[in-house]
Design a protein around this ligand. Structure first.
Ligand SMILES: [Zn+2]
Length: 107
């Protein structure tokens, strides 16, 4: 019984001391710890209000590829389905025109 009381008291004392010790970080919802940063991804094409993705705008299209030349997935970039389709087409067109690489060797 005595040990149980000690255990319940000790964390409470830590909790009061913890925010002051952390200093700059304010307490968050889940016991002060935030497991992941949830940030809403926005489609770049929609955000810039382009109606179509043009293969001639290769600098923009290139931003949707990895360094190795792979096409980045929708999950990573956050583009909408419609624009992802247009981007993949544009990248593939650019590859065929030798504007973008099919692949680059790893360093
Ligand atoms: Zn979009």
């Amino acid at each position: 019984m005595a040990e149980e009381i000690k255990e319940t008291q000790a964390p409470a004392a830590e909790n009061t001391a913890a925010p002051a010790a952390r200093g700059e970080r304010p307490a968050r919802g889940f016991g002060g710890k935030k497991r992941f940063e949830s940030r809403r991804k926005v489609c770049k094409v929609c955000a810039e209000k382009m109606d179509n993705v043009d293969y001639k705008n290769f600098q923009f299209v290139k931003s949707f590829t990895m360094e190795s030349g792979k096409i980045l997935s929708r999950r990573i970039t956050g583009t909408c389905a419609k624009h992802q389709r247009q981007i993949t087409k544009a990248i593939k067109r650019d590859r065929n025109l030798a504007i973008l690489p099919y692949s680059l060797p790893k360093k």
